[in-house]
Design a protein around this ligand. Structure first.
Ligand SMILES: NC(=O)c1ccc[n+]([C@@H]2O[C@H](COP(=O)([O-])OP(=O)(O)OC[C@H]3O[C@@H](n4cnc5c(N)ncnc54)[C@H](OP(=O)(O)O)[C@@H]3O)[C@@H](O)[C@H]2O)c1
Length: 304
């Protein structure tokens, strides 16, 4: 049976956090979750944009329960402050959607000294998840959904130069960060299972969709891309958010599943099981990345 959001029973009383909820896939994911009755926290770096997104959803769904909270994933301190505020306001969390991301920016180091795609797409979500896990009820409906990409397939975790300090390729760093998200989702699931937890970690990818993600690609290249078949193989953000919503809500899935669109080259189409690269399934690489991430964030899984 294809995934159909309208068949999902009411999720009233549950709370979800969506990072990067103000636009693109995060916005559509937030809208979809709000339709189920779930309360959704829009975790965004720009409060004005987040309030505008909230108002847009409320104009469609006046009864939606939404709250805006400040989260800048380029600063680990902001992740910690977000969690502190969340804990002050709420006693539980049912769903964490690690959605926010950037693609192909010029080389930039965050204030913590990390390459920006590694920090925003992966490492801050690693820390955010560790700091929130103990608020999630021990049930299979409690889920952490991470966002990867077809780009994970060309990704390589460069342990020699994880922060691209010696040599920077924006494309390689994006691939590395999206592979890291998938390795993280798989390793988190293994660790949850090993400690007997019922919380589930899954990963999703949207295929290709016309969002604000290409903002760092030069305009002339964006124009040239429009002349290729690529735009015709992509799908609208509303459809591209479905693998994430499927991962978040379907009772038919298990931890470690990777969901994506089923059409040609995994670019568009209805959501279903997606193939992972061999590296994404490599437990030794996942464990090595995990322990480095614990050191970089000064947060260990056993702290939670
Ligand atoms: N679109 C695609 O074809 C595609 C394909 C594969 C994977 N993905 C993945 O899907 C996810 C969503 O991408 P999208 O296409 O929806 O991109 P988007 O339209 O550019 O949205 C990205 C979101 O992330 C937020 N964000 C960026 N940097 C942040 C930071 N430092 N702190 C907090 N939030 C930050 C953005 O906030 P601002 O609005 O304030 O910048 C925005 O809300 C990403 O993880 C991306 O890698 C997308």
């Amino acid at each position: 049976m294809p995934f159909d959001l309208s068949t999902i029973p009411s999720q009233q009383g549950k709370i979800a956090i969506v990072t990067g909820a103000n636009t693109g896939l995060g916005y559509e994911t937030t809208l979809g979750l709000a339709k189920t009755g779930m309360k959704v926290i829009l975790a965004c770096r720009n409060q004005d944009k987040a309030e505008q997104a909230k108002a847009r959803i409320l104009s469609q769904l006046p009864k939606a329960e939404l709250a805006v909270m400040s989260l800048d994933l380029s600063q680990l301190a902001s992740v910690r402050a977000f969690v502190e505020e969340y804990r002050d306001r709420y006693s539980h969390l049912n769903l964490l959607i690690n959605n926010a991301g950037i693609m192909f920016p010029p080389y930039e180091q965050t204030e913590d000294g990390f390459e920006s795609q590694f920090a925003v797409n992966y490492l801050s979500h690693f820390l955010l998840t560790q700091l929130l896990l103990d608020l999630m009820p021990d049930k299979p409906e409690s889920r952490v959904v991470s966002l990867s990409s077809n780009a994970h397939k060309f990704g390589k975790i460069n342990f020699e130069d994880l922060q691209s300090a010696e040599k920077y390729s924006s494309v390689a760093a994006y691939g590395q960060s999206k592979l890291a998200c998938l390795l993280f989702a798989n390793e988190l699931n293994r660790r949850l299972q090993a400690k007997g937890s019922q919380i589930v970690s899954l990963c999703a990818h949207p295929g290709v969709s016309n969002t604000e993600l290409p903002r760092y690609i030069p305009k002339v290249v964006q124009l040239l891309l429009r002349l290729t078949p690529l735009p015709y193989m992509a799908h609208e953000p509303e459809a591209a958010a479905l693998p994430t919503l499927y991962a978040a809500l379907s009772p038919d899935l298990k931890g470690g599943d990777y969901l994506g669109p089923q059409g040609a080259l995994e670019m568009s189409g209805p959501p279903g099981q997606a193939p992972q690269s061999e590296t994404a399934q490599d437990e030794a690489i996942a464990q090595q990345l995990w322990s480095i991430s614990e050191q970089l964030t000064r947060r260990s899984f056993s702290d939670g």
